[in-house]
Design a protein. Structure first.
Lengths: 264, 271
């Protein structure tokens, strides 16, 4: 797509969001280059999820504007898929039905979307559980299904809101590796919200730092110059990882302290 | 046989033994004159009576009448309950407007309506169906209303992000989510429908199990009363088992069955 080359995947200009008396976001401005993996970190309650909801078009901003590949966003963001923090798989649909849901909604032919969903099932390593219901799967398996559900519609932009916060460390590393494997060479843009700085650094090209609320803004942008492909199991032991961690944590710590003081 | 299946079998055997024991005590007490058979009849007589009814074919018209009425009231009450539940849940203004009226209507004891329905709809099946509808409607309505209101917003957000239109949100999220509660309320509403139509028959009819019991009572035929009651209980159990099977099939995506919310009893969502 020609638009994809010339415009950033995301351009936020002075985006603000008020909920009645309280201001969640104020003057949020940043660009995300197409094809990059960015993380948004910040103290808890700083409006990270709100920001992602605005980018998704699920929440209208109270001020400012959002551009997606050069086009002003109005309503649901049709170029994006969203992976939620909570379980968002439909419990009354089987794994295969959940994976192909986006195609069903686009009225794709039954056998085409079934074959496609079957391929994705194998791709996320879940061969054989296609006819089970979500409650029969483990937390890690449900996340893999959600991953396939997001990717099968071939979005240009993938939004993830702390998708793995409920998983144990080992499962989490596995699913994160899965994401990097899918993303590598796909040309897709990922915006990943997390409060876990290690996770942010190990996955991303850039880390954005959101300030403590109320009225959070972007107060830092850090390039993560770790080479790819990355081995998530080992990357935390590298010295460059530690340097980056120290630098970003220095600023993040300040915001966390401020956030704690305000909530007291 | 697994340990669990063995425990289950043991339980069933104990349950059957308990029933048999109680019936034997009853039979023995009546046979030896400790219980007056005029007031309490005897299980063997009751069984014989049921058998006579079945053998002569005189039972069938009554059973079919009662269950036709119950099914009709279930279908009609269920239909309006679902339609109104969906409408009110989707249009909050309508819900606010109708709230006091629904509350008042639900507060009316159904039995006092029976004579009125007899006047309006006559002695035939429709006065009983009307009574059944007033019971079923509220159970289904409250369950539908609350179910639609309480659909998890995360599911709606997810399908919207995957490209769902408003109609598709309804079809893929709201309806299946609400159906869960509606199916769970089937149990209660079919049971209540049967009770309601039997009460209706008891108060004035020319057919049905309730009529059968009322007739027997009129001539102090306690055996007939017990026999009618036994037939009714058996019928309710069979229908209940059928509903359970249906529910397990339709809700096979659920880890376990939900507890049923009988909101019409509790006073509804506005209480």
């Amino acid at each position: 797509m020609s638009g994809t080359r010339t415009h950033p995947a995301l351009a936020l200009r002075d985006v603000g969001k008020r909920f009645e008396a309280n201001t969640a976001l104020e003057g949020v401005t940043f660009d995300v280059e197409a094809g990059t993996f960015v993380s948004i970190v910040g103290p808890s309650g700083c409006g990270k999820s709100t920001l992602l909801h605005i980018i998704a078009g699920l929440l209208p901003p109270s001020a400012g504007r959002v551009e997606v590949f050069g086009e002003s966003l109005a309503g649901i963001n049709r170029r994006a898929s969203y992976m939620f923090q909570q379980d968002a798989l439909l419990p009354w649909k089987t794994v295969l039905e959940n994976i192909q849901l986006g195609l069903t909604l686009r009225r794709q032919e039954r056998h085409v979307r079934r074959a496609n969903a079957q391929r994705w099932l194998e791709r996320v390593g879940l061969t054989g559980v296609g006819n089970e219901y979500p409650y029969q799967l483990s937390g890690g398996m449900r996340k893999r299904v959600a991953l396939a559900q997001c990717w099968i519609v071939d979005p240009d932009l993938i939004l993830m809101d702390e998708p793995f916060s409920a998983l144990d460390v080992h499962t989490r590393l596995q699913v994160e590796a899965e994401i990097l494997r899918l993303w590598a060479g796909s040309g897709k843009t990922v915006a990943f919200v997390t409060h876990d700085l290690e996770e942010a650094i190990s996955l991303s090209d850039y880390v954005f730092l959101l300030s403590a609320g109320p009225g959070s803004r972007v107060v830092g942008r850090y390039a993560v110059d770790l080479p790819r492909p990355r081995t998530l199991m080992d990357i935390r032991a590298e010295s460059r990882f530690h340097e980056l961690y120290r630098d970003i944590w220095h600023d993040l710590r300040r915001e966390v302290v401020r956030s704690n003081e305000r909530s007291r | 046989m697994s340990a669990r299946a063995r425990t289950h079998l043991g339980l069933v055997v104990s349950q059957v033994a308990t029933a048999a024991g109680l019936l034997l005590i009853w039979e023995w007490s009546a046979a030896t004159g400790r219980l007056d058979p005029f007031f309490f009849s005897r299980p063997s007589h009751v069984l014989l009576r049921v058998w006579q009814w079945v053998a002569t074919g005189s039972l069938w018209p009554h059973v079919s009448t009662t269950f036709t009425e119950a099914l009709l009231s279930f279908a009609i009450g269920g239909f309006f309950g679902i339609v109104l539940g969906f409408s009110l849940a989707s249009v909050p203004l309508l819900a606010a407007l109708l709230e006091p009226y629904i509350r008042i209507a639900n507060a009316v004891p159904r039995v006092v309506l029976a004579p009125l329905f007899l006047l309006w709809f006559g002695l035939g099946i429709w006065s009983k169906v009307a009574l059944g509808v007033t019971v079923v409607f509220f159970i289904v309505f409250f369950n539908t209303y609350r179910a639609v209101r309480e659909v998890d917003v995360i599911f709606i957000d997810n399908v919207r992000m995957l490209g769902a239109s408003r109609a598709q949100v309804l079809r893929h999220v709201v309806v299946p989510s609400a159906l869960t509660w509606i199916f769970s309320s089937l149990h209660i509403s079919i049971g209540m429908a049967i009770i309601a139509v039997v009460v209706g028959e008891y108060l004035g009819a020319s057919r049905g199990i309730g009529y059968l019991i009322a007739q027997a009572e009129g001539v102090f035929d306690t055996t007939g009363v017990f026999a009618g009651t036994a037939v009714l209980a058996a019928g309710v159990l069979i229908v209940g088992a059928a509903v359970s099977r249906l529910e397990r099939r339709l809700l096979r995506w659920k880890p376990q069955n939900l507890e049923v919310r009988n909101d019409s009893e509790a006073g509804g969502p506005w209480k």
